[in-house]
Ligand binder design. Structure first.
Ligand code: ADP
Ligand SMILES: Cc1ncc(COP(=O)(O)OP(=O)(O)O)c(N)n1
Length: 265
């Protein structure tokens, strides 16, 4: 299940989560949190759902269909974060519970347009991150959540540690925004084991939805029963191929291609 916002441009959010889930052989259920007015050049507006409706969608799916793993993406507001956190407890989702919860703490689009209210960061830190089986911020989100400016491997370690101190079971700090690097290094840790996943940097301007594709692939792999390190290893290779097969669309950043395997065939 994905608990996320709609991207009218079809490159991120619910739309990319559903494609990724489908390609990875899991049925996609959805709790819609917001509808964005978005294309390849930016997000011009969004409307958020009521927290009660977000919680009700989660409850409706879990009590009837059941879920193998849950991902959160754009949550838009503090009250929605609080509702998702308390519903996760009610439904036995998250850190040290039955069903894994992947928290992609979406704060803004790649163009800098906000997707989360500024006053919602406390709720993210205190209510949602402690419930995460794995939290997957990019470097901008790390800065907003922890105050740490990741510029190298040492500060990436510090950021992982800060997220674990907030209570996440595993933290994955993505290096996709280390623009100077020729590689794309992501660091995963639970405080005991460190795993570094490094791939070549793909030279593409079409990287919209990379974070969603990665987190959705982790979620699908967890639903299939992978351990967190194996799920991240798999998802990292999945998103790398998605970036290789990304396609131009509109005037801005085209989408990562979560259908790359089909496109390849
Ligand atoms: N140009 C690139 N080449 C290879 N991997 C990349 C590239 N850009 C991002 N990634 C990878 O894609 C995933 C998503 O990263 P990132 O772009 O940081 O997230 P977000 O889309 O949330 O901003 C990470 O595994 C990151 O390392
Ligand atoms: C509705 C919606 N959800 C999430 C995002 C952000 O997507 P993400 O893959 O994390 O990152 P960018 O492609 O924006 O770098 C979004 N834009 N819209």
């Amino acid at each position: 299940m994905t608990v996320a916002g709609s991207d009218s441009g079809g490159g991120a959010g619910i739309q990319t989560d559903m494609r990724t889930f489908a390609l990875l052989g899991v049925h996609a259920c959805v709790a819609v949190t917001a509808v964005t007015v978005q294309n390849t050049v930016g997000v011009s507006d969004f409307v958020a759902m009521s927290p009660d409706i977000v919680a009700a969608q989660m409850r409706s799916v879990v009590t009837d269909i059941g879920v193998g793993a849950v991902k959160t993406g754009m949550l838009a507001s503090g009250p929605i974060i609080d509702a998702v956190a308390s519903t996760a407890d009610e439904l036995d989702l998250g850190n040290s519970r039955t069903v894994p919860l992947v928290v992609d703490p979406v704060a803004a689009s790649m163009h800098g347009d906000p997707l989360l209210a500024a006053e919602a960061f406390d709720a993210l830190r205190t209510n949602l991150i402690p419930r995460a089986t794995v939290v997957t911020p990019n470097l901008d989100e790390v800065r907003l959540i922890t105050g740490i400016d990741v510029t190298d491997a040492a500060s990436q370690h510090d950021a992982v540690r800060a997220l674990l101190d907030m209570g996440a079971q595993w933290a994955l700090v993505k290096g996709g925004h280390l623009r100077s690097s020729t590689q794309s290094p992501d660091l995963l840790s639970d405080g005991v084991e460190d795993h570094e996943f490094t791939t070549e940097r793909i030279a593409t301007g079409h990287d919209h939805g990379a974070g969603d594709t990665l987190a959705a692939a982790i979620t699908a792999a967890l639903a299939h029963g992978y351990s967190v390190p194996d799920a991240v290893r798999f998802a990292k290779s999945w998103v790398t191929e998605g970036l290789r097969w990304a396609y131009p669309l509109g005037a801005g950043h085209g989408p990562v291609n979560p259908m790359w395997r089909v496109s390849e065939e």
